[in-house]
Design a protein around this ligand. Structure first.
Ligand SMILES: [Zn+2]
Length: 139
């Protein structure tokens, strides 16, 4: 198989498929968790094959170790400690830690976006001293 970058349309379809699979996983979870885990696995396979990222909204919805679909409150516990958000997978006990700063960043981004969309205005954003710029896992 030829390696390297796939054409844009192919990546677009891959991203769409990942999104659809996670949506299906979310919907199926209550009735059929096994199926959700399978969908997650398929989404992950697509992500690896086409080298596309799992969209931000789904990145925390599966376990990095056992690749189960995670539903906070059902098979996953969310705790905040030491400036980190901890997701504990009940399927295998794996704990994933995400920097809390990302949450803040996301909130701010959403706020700015909704503001811009609603009013079409650009408001200056103030960066407080506590808003250290996170390194690494941003995209
Ligand atoms: Zn797990």
């Amino acid at each position: 198989m030829r390696r390297g970058k796939r054409p844009g349309w192919m990546l677009k379809i891959a991203r769409e498929r990942i999104d659809i699979l996670f949506r299906m996983a979310d919907r199926e979870f209550a009735a059929n968790p096994g199926r959700s885990h399978r969908y997650t696995e398929l989404a992950r396979n697509i992500s690896m094959k086409y080298r596309v990222r799992i969209p931000r909204e789904w990145r925390r919805r599966f376990c990095r170790r056992c690749y189960s679909f995670l539903k906070p409150g059902s098979n996953c516990t969310v705790r905040i400690s030491g400036g980190k958000v901890n997701f504990r997978c009940h399927e295998c006990g794996h704990i994933m830690r995400f920097p809390y700063i990302q949450e803040k960043k996301e909130k701010r981004r959403n706020k700015i976006e909704s503001h811009t969309i609603k009013k079409g205005a650009d408001e200056p954003v103030t960066f407080g001293a506590h808003n250290k710029r996170g390194k690494g896992r941003g995209d």
